[in-house]
Ligand binder design. Structure first.
Ligand code: GSH
Length: 129
């Protein structure tokens, strides 16, 4: 009798733990106001700021084009940074864009790689100043 009760209780505890673990791991991270401010500061102070990921082909195309025009661009490789996901969340909150690359020129949000490419070199040069 006691053994059956212990088994039932263990089963219930295990189920509760599984549900709780699923809930905790799918709840979005709380992004700090500090991260949002840091990202806003980068957008404001860097002539060209690109949030990128090392394995992303769109990011490679963006970096290639930017490097031809403005090699001093400030590039963050989010997948190599501990706080990369939090920065990506902050960028999504600020711009509404979650994907990388996420490109800014003189504080202006340009968008992703297709947005940058469609501007063309001359327009990009003008925006950089
Ligand atoms: N149309 C976008 C495509 C960008 C895109 O799909 N990027 C992928 C990485 S290659 C992405 O951000 N995936 C979501 C993520 O990495 O969180 C552009 O031109 O920039």
């Amino acid at each position: 009798m006691n053994t059956t009760l212990v088994i039932i209780l263990l089963f219930i505890a295990f189920k509760l733990f599984s549900v709780l673990r699923r809930y905790l791991t799918t709840t979005p991270r709380q992004m700090s106001q500090q991260t949002i401010s840091q990202v806003e500061e980068l957008i404001k102070t860097k002539p060209v700021f690109v949030a990128s990921k090392t394995y992303c082909p769109y990011c490679s195309a963006t970096k290639k084009l930017i490097n031809e025009i403005y090699p001093e661009a400030y590039i963050l490789e989010l997948d190599t940074m501990e706080e990369g996901s939090e920065i990506q969340d902050a960028l999504a909150k600020i711009t509404g864009q979650r994907t990388v690359p996420n490109v800014f020129i003189n504080g202006k949000h340009i968008g992703g790689n297709s947005d940058l490419q469609s501007l063309g070199k001359e327009k990009i040069k003008k925006l950089i100043g």
